[in-house]
Structures are given as structure tokens and as C-alpha cells.
Design a protein around this ligand. Structure first.
Ligand SMILES: [Zn+2]
Length: 159
């Protein structure tokens, strides 16, 4: 767990990242963007735009879904959030998670038993073998791997 000083430092770092990004791109430095960033960084789980919108409504922050979408696009480009498409079905909405301090991890999507790929749970895991795969792929093909995307999908085995 992080202590308060670490939290405070991290908070300052992400604010600076956003501030610098907005400045570099010539975007307006609106307080709304920082409020949305704070909300996202307070979350421990993946979220979609609807979740975030509801959360902000409950806290009486008046931001439109369009603003949230636009702001998340900015955060994506600034490397502050990561985007996921957990569902295999085409119409499932995108999920996001904060990413600036994150250790690399991958995801296991567990479907509800008996459902038609209705997502029950998303499990995060970190397996060092993935790093070794990257290393050997880099060696073999003479590339520097920039990012990767790996999802496993499945149903719980009957007990
Ligand atoms: Zn994750």
C-alpha cells in the first residue's frame, strides 16, 4: 500500500504530466480535466465512460459524457490511461485504467457460467515469462518492442 506522502507525490507527478502535455499541445488547461484525472486515479479498477460519468454525477460534478470522452482521449495520448476492449463482442464498450505508475500486467477475462460471453470478472496477472518472450522476439527479429496486448478469455471450470 502507498502511504500519504507517496500518494501526494504521485498526485503531483500526474498533474505535472497533464499540465505539460496540455501546454505542449496547445490545449486549454481547464480544471475539469484535473478533476477527471483525480477521479480516475482514485479508482482501483477498470472503468468505462458510463461508470465514470455516474460516479461524477453522484459527486455533483457536472461534466458531460462528451467531455469525459474527449478528456480520456487526451489522457490516452498523454500516457495517463490505457484503453482495453475486454469483450470479444464488437459492441462492448471500451474500458480504461490509470496507467502512469502501473507495472506491466495482463488480463484474464472470465465469463459468467452459462452466459453467452457476458463478462463476470477481469483478473489482472503478471507473469515474468512474458518478458522473456519479449526479449527473445526482440533478439530474433532485431526490434525493440514498444508495447503488447494480451487477453485470455474463458469460463470457470465446473468444480
Ligand atoms: Zn488492468
Amino acid at each position: 500500500m502507498m502511504n500519504d506522502t507517496q500518494k501526494e507525490n504521485n498526485h503531483r507527478i500526474i498533474k505535472d504530466v497533464l499540465k505539460q502535455y496540455l501546454q505542449d499541445k496547445g490545449f486549454r488547461n481547464t480544471p475539469e480535466r484535473y478533476t477527471i484525472l483525480d477521479e480516475i486515479y482514485a479508482l482501483e479498477h477498470h472503468f468505462n465512460v458510463d461508470d465514470l460519468y455516474l460516479l461524477m454525477m453522484q459527486k455533483k460534478y457536472h461534466v458531460s459524457k462528451a467531455t469525459i470522452y474527449n478528456t480520456i482521449e487526451i489522457f490516452l495520448d498523454a500516457g495517463l490511461v490505457r484503453k482495453h476492449q475486454f469483450g470479444e463482442k464488437t459492441l462492448t464498450s471500451s474500458s480504461y485504467e490509470k496507467s502512469y505508475f502501473d507495472k506491466q500486467h495482463d488480463h484474464l477475462v472470465v465469463y459468467k457460467t452459462g452466459s453467452d460471453k457476458e463478462i463476470e470478472e477481469i483478473i489482472e496477472f503478471c507473469d515474468p515469462r512474458i518478458q522473456s518472450i519479449k526479449d527473445s522476439i526482440e533478439d530474433v527479429f532485431g526490434v525493440k518492442i514498444d508495447s503488447h496486448s494480451l487477453y485470455f478469455y474463458g469460463y470457470k471450470k465446473p468444480v
